[in-house]
Design a protein. Structure first.
Length: 406
């Protein structure tokens, strides 16, 4: 539990002007703050001032005990977390992971999400009998919640796995609503942005990378009276700053719309470079008939290439099957693949036969079809399979399976 003798109500009352100061030790490894959010909000917390030989993690937990946001940096590095949260009760935990004792400075705040009429979020000390003090919400610009240009875009902050929702009106003199946001989690080179749009008339949403407003990375249109009343996109993107523009298909008429956004990190199992290639079978020779190795991964925006390496000690027939997975933008699903022999020599492209028996180069483009399979005979040696997104802003979720026979 939190050490209530140090976290006094006076400190909580002044938390916006000065951080909370407290101490963790071997006898008191966890300090807990109850957080009550009466409305959809963006929550931020930072923890600094950790002792040189200590390590403290910061976690935010919902009512079901699930960690919805966390910061677990090594050593004494400051911890920061952000999360878009639904209304409800949460617990913010500072946890001593290493060291005998450390002081720390904790700051946290809540900002209302656009499109919501807000009450005041409340932060309380579980050990204090006094009445909790609310944080005043940031003002909301009404009636038009979205900015009219990229320069005046309404900031959403960091988009995470919790759904960010907005409801507004566009058209009839309000040409467009602009919102800015960022995505990205520490340790992940790509993220999947999930966007859903619905309107009572035709509406569109376009997503742009910051600084590039001529070519949207996503463009969806929803029509209430047509076969696609709800438009969705599920897009792989690099960490960074982005904008979304919402407009009416008929700019002379008003359209009510609902826009939902969330983002999840994409796990990267294979290395970006030859030096960090994923080693198959610990480099034990792939010579046994019936051996099969399957890997699911992603290449595209933010993670342009994947590398796999393996070895054969005898002449071996290898089949490689590529499968395009259902997630992502299929217009950008195109992978250039190359298998090379790397026994201390310059990489050497190999030739294969496709399912029709025709001889083809191993450097062709895969995933333009839902599945693609190649096979060929390998001499003893060490090999590198390189999968690279054909498009710099590609979106390729794939499964690759390697099967051998003597």
């Amino acid at each position: 539990m939190m050490n209530s003798t140090r976290n006094t109500q006076a400190q909580l009352r002044n938390r916006l002007s000065q951080p909370i100061l407290d101490t963790l030790s071997r006898k008191n490894r966890v300090d807990v703050f109850n957080v009550n959010l009466p409305n959809t909000s963006q929550f931020r917390a930072s923890l600094k001032g950790i002792s040189r030989k200590a390590n403290v993690d910061l976690e935010l937990v919902n009512q079901q005990g699930v960690v919805v946001a966390a910061s677990r940096k090594p050593g004494k590095r400051p911890e920061t977390l952000e999360a878009n949260l639904d209304p409800g009760n949460y617990k913010l935990r500072a946890i001593l992971k290493r060291g005998q004792q450390t002081r720390y400075r904790l700051s946290f705040s809540s900002t209302p999400r656009p499109g919501i009429v807000l009450d005041s979020p409340v932060f309380t000390n579980p050990g204090s009998p006094q009445t909790p003090v609310p944080i005043s919400p940031a003002p909301i610009n009404k009636p038009d919640l979205g900015g009219n240009s990229s320069a005046t875009a309404t900031p959403w902050g960091k988009i995470g796995s919790s759904l960010t929702k907005i409801t507004d009106v566009v058209g009839g003199g309000d040409d467009a609503d602009w919102y800015s946001f960022s995505i990205g989690e520490s340790g992940f080179s790509s993220n999947r942005l999930n966007l859903a749009l619905k309107g009572d008339a035709g509406v569109y949403a376009r997503v742009y990378s910051a600084g590039n407003f001529s070519n949207p990375v996503a463009n969806v249109v929803a029509y209430n009276s047509h076969s696609n009343p709800l438009a969705n996109t599920n897009l792989g993107l690099a960490p960074g700053n982005y904008f979304v523009k919402v407009g009416a298909v008929n700019p002379n008429s008003k359209a009510n719309y609902n826009l939902d956004l969330s983002a999840t990190p994409i796990a990267d199992n294979a290395g970006h470079t030859k030096e960090t290639a994923l080693v198959i079978n610990n480099l034990q020779p792939l010579n046994i008939s019936g051996q099969s190795f399957s890997f699911t991964d992603y290449v595209g925006h933010g993670d342009i290439a994947d590398h796999y390496t393996f070895k054969t000690s005898a002449k071996t027939t290898l089949s490689i099957k590529f499968e395009r997975l259902g997630t992502g933008n299929t217009d950008k699903a195109r992978i250039h693949h190359q298998l090379s022999k790397i026994d201390g020599l310059a990489p050497q492209s190999l030739f294969w036969k496709n399912s029709a028996g025709a001889s083809i180069s191993a450097g062709i483009d895969a995933l333009t079809q839902p599945t693609y399979e190649l096979s060929g005979e390998l001499e003893p040696g060490t090999y590198m399979l390189n999968l690279k997104s054909y498009f710099a802003d590609g979106d390729n979720s794939y499964r690759v399976t390697l099967s051998t026979s003597p």
